[in-house]
Write a protein that binds this ligand. Structure first.
Ligand code: ADP
Length: 277
């Protein structure tokens, strides 16, 4: 059991494009609906949740019926602008069915560099949470080209989600991807690769096991997820990397069950036979 996860009250959940979209480019409404239901249920239980969602470009491509992502940054920004509002519409509809209102928060990663903007952002989050809404965060693609430029290389709502977790003092970041956890090797390349139960330090030995993205829609692969984990651990926060195919795993994660890979500096006496500690 991961007992320290039981008591988490404030939780950031990050969901990647590969969880929100089918490989054929269509939107995975079933997963989005389940995600909305689980997060609404957590709110009902008294937890405070913030969702960091990728997917604006994927949804925008679908909405505009484009087969593939154009190369130019302005075109991608325009697609993200279309996709972001469509994505919020979908979230608003599903959360609405469970009685929750969503609030869109678009951020750039340098928000932490400017004390006034930082304070404004924290105040907005706290107010949204206090009033019972569910903040849904994405990088502001119109302003921040970095996210878009990096999207096929090492895209980055992963890091943004860790920044949000720190800003709002969340105890836990749940990173949902298309893979069950962090493995000794990319399972796409080596199907016999084994999954880590817990990681307690992001060192060179760990970093060299991280490969790139596994799908057309994927973004950073494991490197940005490890960067996010390291940031969380530096701030005394915990991160669980798990598969988003079945968002119900969030209940099990919070119940302390051994789902996915837990990144924590707090050695909890878990199953520790991995070579990397
Ligand atoms: P997302 O869109 O959810 O952010 P990504 O495609 O960016 O997902 O990253 C997840 C992918 O990273 C997995 O599908 C897997 O193919 C790849 N990957 C590379 N190295 C590893 C590893 N060591 N353990 C697990 N997955 C890995």
């Amino acid at each position: 059991m991961r007992t320290s996860l039981n008591s988490c009250k404030r939780i950031v959940v990050k969901v990647g494009t590969s969880t929100l979209m089918y490989p054929n480019g269509n939107i995975n409404l079933r997963t989005i609906e389940k995600l909305a239901r689980v997060l609404s249920e957590l709110r009902n239980e008294g937890k405070e949740v913030v969702l960091v969602s990728s997917g604006a470009i994927g949804v925008g491509l679908r909405k505009l019926q484009l087969a593939k992502r154009p190369a130019s940054i302005p075109e991608q920004q325009a697609i993200a602008a279309v996709g972001q509002s469509e994505l919020m519409h979908i979230y608003s509809k599903f959360f609405g069915e469970y009685g929750y209102t969503v609030g869109q928060v678009l951020l750039t990663r340098d928000v932490t560099d400017y004390p006034t903007s930082r304070k404004n952002v924290i105040n907005t989050f706290n107010t949204l949470i206090r009033q019972g809404t569910v903040p849904i965060v994405n990088e502001n693609d119109t302003v921040a080209v970095e996210e878009i430029e990096h999207i096929t290389k090492y895209g980055d709502n992963d890091r943004l989600s860790a920044i949000v977790a720190k800003l709002i003092n969340a105890e836990l970041l749940i990173m949902l991807s298309d893979i069950d956890g962090f493995y000794h090797e990319n399972p796409l390349l080596n199907p016999t690769a084994e999954m880590f139960d817990e990681i307690h330090e992001i060192n060179d030995d760990v970093l060299k096991l991280a490969g790139g993205s596994g799908s057309d829609f994927g973004t950073g692969g494991m490197l940005t997820k490890l960067a996010a984990a390291e940031y969380c651990m530096q701030n005394g926060q915990q991160m669980v990397l798990a598969n988003g195919d079945h968002p119900e795993v969030i209940y099990q994660i919070i119940a302390g069950e051994k789902i996915g890979t837990l990144f924590t500096t707090d050695k909890q006496g878990g199953f520790l036979n991995d070579p990397i500690r």
